[in-house]
Ligand binder design. Sequence first.
Ligand code: KMH
Ligand code: ZN
Length: 274
Amino acid sequence: MKISDKLIITAAITGAETLKRDQPNLPITPDEQAIAAKACVEAGASVIHLHVREDDGSPSQRTERFQESIEKIRSAAPGVIIQISTGGAVGESLSNRLKPLGLRPEMASLNLGSVNFGNDVFVNTPTDIESFGLKMKELSIVPELEVYEAGMVEMIPYYEKKGILGSHHHVQFVLGVRGGMSGDLRNLLHMISLLPENSTWGVAGIGRFQLPLAVHAILLGGNVRVGFEDNIYERKGVIAKSNADLVSRIVRLSREVGRQIASPDEARLALLGH
Ligand code: KMH
Ligand code: ZN
């Protein structure tokens, strides 16, 4: 990947952990998610990383809830790539995490290992990873490989050899989770150096790491994820007004250094191959 490749921006609009109490503009309902997704796409996002919530804000892996959100997002922002979360919230059962794959989204997240996650443990055993990978393969869903540690990147060839992953890998470096690798730039550079050939990558920096890592990804030819799942601030002490504002800032920065923004169709070609 190079800086001449167009920048793919993923908007992680809701997540499972962010609270409305902390970010009053967090989209929770399918209608709110559709409005937020449309604004993000108009601002320059081409992928929506999607978690859903129940009306009371609690994280959910209910298929009907995903279906409702997906339908509303599709009609509000036609053409956007919807990538559903199979991570869900920490502690969610494997079977619930697998369920929304039945909706056959174009993409889904596939977490490549276990990691301490704040005060919890986000569990993804090798057997779990196999279940997710094989289900996605069976349903022709393209996985985005979420990695929190360098060792997870090193496991990619292992899962490819086992037939759980295809030969093109789209990797999301999630850096800055308390318990995982931090958003220190050296960590990003090291992870990039470990990528197998035929990989594309993006970075999702958590909290204060979101903006500096995004800026580096723009310059390094990688892709960027922003949104309230990972960070609720516009800058220190100032709550962001919308997910779209975070997307717009990335678009401005990228254009400023001469890197163009991928449309959903261009992102589809790069990530899904069609
Ligand atoms: N909510 C985190 C524990 C994913 O979407 O696949 C996991 C997560 C990853 O958000
Ligand atoms: Zn997620």
